[in-house]
Design a protein around this ligand. Structure first.
Ligand SMILES: [Zn+2]
Length: 155
């Protein structure tokens, strides 16, 4: 699961926890939040492993899946399914990586606040990623990708 290294926390000037602060900004477009549920939200990864790399994150500041409520866990999966549908319709990926890194030992860049990665993949994209050696494949494309995906969430 090499995509687990695609987490950085060096460009954020806000309060201690980025994943608590972003949904509290009051600016979902600025925060790149695509949609909100009752327990979780869907957001663009600012340091994408691939174009369309999203995360599904609980509002609750918990660091383990086992600390989430059953309701929040169910909604996390529902939002993941919805996000995968949006990505499929908007970008036509050939596959997906889906995963959670729990704890720094497992590669979590932000280890105190659980987050689920949803990474669309295209046949052959690993070659490009390997060559660049840098997960910031196209940071300039974040706003553009956000604009493409946002309507799919019904916002
Ligand atoms: Zn938090």
């Amino acid at each position: 699961m090499t995509y687990v290294s695609a987490e950085h926390d060096d460009a954020f000037d806000g309060p201690a926890c980025r994943f608590c602060a972003l949904p509290a900004m009051g600016d979902d477009d600025g925060a790149l939040i695509l949609t909100r549920g009752e327990h979780c939200f869907v957001i663009m990864n600012a340091y994408p492993y691939s174009t369309g790399h999203l995360m599904v994150i609980p509002y609750a500041h918990v660091d383990r899946l086992t600390d989430m409520t059953a309701e929040a866990t169910a909604e996390m999966m529902d939002l993941t399914r919805a996000a995968q549908t949006v990505l499929t319709e908007a970008m036509g990926p050939h596959g997906f990586n889906l995963g959670m890194n729990q704890g720094s030992a497992a590669g979590a860049g932000i280890e105190d606040h659980l987050h689920l990665h949803l990474v669309p993949r295209w046949t052959g994209d690993t070659n490009f990623i390997t060559v660049t050696g840098d997960i910031r494949v196209m940071p300039q494309g974040l706003d553009e990708t956000y604009a493409i995906l946002k309507p799919g969430f019904g916002a």
